[in-house]
Write a protein that binds this ligand. Structure first.
Ligand SMILES: NC(=O)c1ccc[n+]([C@@H]2O[C@H](COP(=O)([O-])OP(=O)(O)OC[C@H]3O[C@@H](n4cnc5c(N)ncnc54)[C@H](OP(=O)(O)O)[C@@H]3O)[C@@H](O)[C@H]2O)c1
Length: 112
């Protein structure tokens, strides 16, 4: 895993309610930094980045997946999209934190 002296570098997938709660929660982890956010919409990525002082704002989840400065992502999309969003990140070499419900069925979870 790639780490720098300041700890893990996080990316957030999606800009909804839980993405904001995650940002609030991560404040309790001094060694963690959110360096990137991905949204389906460029303006929402910018808005979220401004709100939380996140330097990299991506208007496409694929661009977040390809961001070399991100070690691990938090998937904050609705659960029907956990499977494709998680695989996209894993295939790009990112570590992934994804919450319950993890996916739509056991087959998807096994693939992830
Ligand atoms: N830990 C907990 O207690 C807890 C509680 C509730 C939920 N969760 C987790 O968080 C996930 C998201 O919940 P939320 O309440 O944050 O939902 P939300 O407010 O609707 O936000 C979901 C975000 O996902 C992105 N997204 C991607 N594809 C989407 C689609 N087809 N429709 C709608 N949004 C889409 C959107 O961001 P962009 O448009 O910017 O891409 C949207 O802002 C849940 O599925 C669950 O896994 C955890």
């Amino acid at each position: 895993m790639t780490r720098d002296n300041d700890g893990l570098r996080w990316g957030v997938v999606g800009t909804g309610g839980i993405a904001h709660a995650f940002m609030e929660g991560l404040r309790a982890v001094p060694s963690a930094r959110v360096v990137a956010v991905g949204s389906r919409d460029r303006e929402r990525a910018e808005w979220f980045g401004d709100a939380w002082d996140v330097p990299h704002r991506h208007g496409d989840y694929r661009d977040l997946a390809l961001d070399p400065d991100v070690d691990v992502v938090y998937v904050a999309t609705p659960h029907p999209w956990h499977h494709p969003n998680t695989l996209l990140m894993l295939e790009s070499g990112k570590h992934v934190l994804v919450e319950k419900p993890m996916a739509m069925n056991a087959l998807q979870v096994a693939e992830m």
